[in-house]
Design a protein around this ligand. Structure first.
Ligand code: NAD
Ligand code: LMR
Length: 325
């Protein structure tokens, strides 16, 4: 049996975590031979609810769950952590954009970035979920210079999965036949779901669906899906977001399938002309716990223009919160 790894999860008494924690503990994220210790962080008023989460985790008798630590002390939560899932943040309500959360949520990520910088291993792998996820990851990175920036990412897998569903439904094909989906940019309405290089059962997706649908219906449908869920549910996506986190980390750690890739927001190295250092979503392949941006894709003027607009939005968000780093 492998040694247990420590997974820190913030906002652990919230909606997303109610779907997420049980799947981590069951082995879906890191493999069914990998024991885990959950280090759960909450704000003090939520500790009672967090205690109930711990009771339910215990009552599942997961063989891989070695311990559950519940705390409102970020130093305790991040000490010794191998993974940091940064969920704890305010969600938006109807009529809001995710960037409207920056004022409140940005502070959480500057504070936690400093704590992580002090107590965590530079090799801890981080997935930021709390919105606006890319800029919160950027704030965290700027406040945690000891961390390897390659280990700081933001969640785009929910958008990636949403795009797979929309395309598979339109083409009337099973979802597991869709490969090489790409989401470029920010987890916002400027994101660029792109099927140019996507295949369905090995065939080029653009030859199977109408270009007008791809450009005028598919892109906004995926980009605005979060708001559609909020309008229907009254609160933001939770189970699908948790599923996105599971997929994101599993792919990062256990690797992409041959012939496929995933979308991850990572620290840009300047690929595709995007400003270095921004947390920008790219198509990536993963192997041995490392991601690599897929290189050499030809992008149309239409896609390139949208990619630049999403980059500009991230530059503007960074500018807005420059007091936090
Ligand atoms: P929620 O309100 O149900 O839970 C958030 C939890 O975070 C609460 O329990 C709260 O007490 C806790 N919290 C607040 N500040 C904290 C802090 N400083 N440290 C630790 N915990 C803290 O919200 P939710 O539905 O779980 O969503 C969480 C975040 O995830 C929101 O910002 C939401 O917009 C975002 N989200 C992102 C994606 C994505 O794809 N990136 C998808 C869905 C939701
Ligand atoms: C989502 O995409 O569902 C989340 O980012 C929540 C939101 O505010 O849309």
């Amino acid at each position: 049996m492998k040694q247990p790894v420590r997974v820190t999860v913030t906002g652990a008494a919230g909606q997303i975590c109610y779907s997420l924690l049980y799947r981590i503990a069951s082995g879906e994220m890191l493999g069914n031979d990998q024991p885990v210790i959950l280090q759960l962080l909450e704000i003090t008023p939520a500790l009672k609810v967090l205690e109930a989460v711990r009771m339910e985790l215990n009552d599942c008798a997961f063989p891989l769950l070695h311990d559950v630590i519940c705390t409102d002390d970020a130093k305790v939560a991040f000490t010794g952590a191998d993974y940091g899932l940064m969920v704890g943040a305010k969600p938006r309500g109807p009529g809001m954009e995710r960037a409207d959360l920056l004022k409140d949520n940005g502070k959480i990520f500057s504070t936690l970035g400093k704590v992580i910088n002090e107590v965590a291993s530079p090799e801890m792998k981080i997935c930021v979920v709390g919105n606006p996820a890319n800029t919160n990851a950027y704030i965290l990175m700027k406040n945690a210079p000891n961390l390897n920036p390659r280990n700081i990412s933001a969640l785009m897998r929910l958008d990636h999965n949403r795009a797979i569903y929309q395309l598979a439904e339109k083409a009337d094909k099973p979802m597991n036949t869709v490969q090489k989906m790409t989401i470029w940019g920010n987890h916002s309405t400027t994101q660029v779901p792109d099927i140019t290089h996507t295949t369905i059962g090995g065939e080029a997706a653009p030859s199977l669906v109408d270009a007008t649908w791809a450009n005028e219906e598919f892109i906004p449908k995926v980009a605005k899906r979060g708001a559609e869920v909020i309008a229907a549910r009254g609160s933001s996506s939770a189970a699908s977001a948790a599923n996105g986190v599971i997929d994101h980390v599993r792919t990062w750690v256990l690797g992409t399938e041959d012939g496929d890739w995933a979308s991850m927001a990572v620290c840009s190295d300047g690929s595709y002309g995007i400003q270095e250092g921004l947390i920008y979503s790219y198509p990536v392949t993963c192997k041995d716990g490392e991601w690599t941006i897929v290189q050499g894709l030809e992008n149309s003027a239409f896609i390139t223009e949208k990619m630049k607009a999403s980059e500009k939005e991230l530059q503007d968000e960074a500018e807005t919160c420059s007091d936090l780093f």
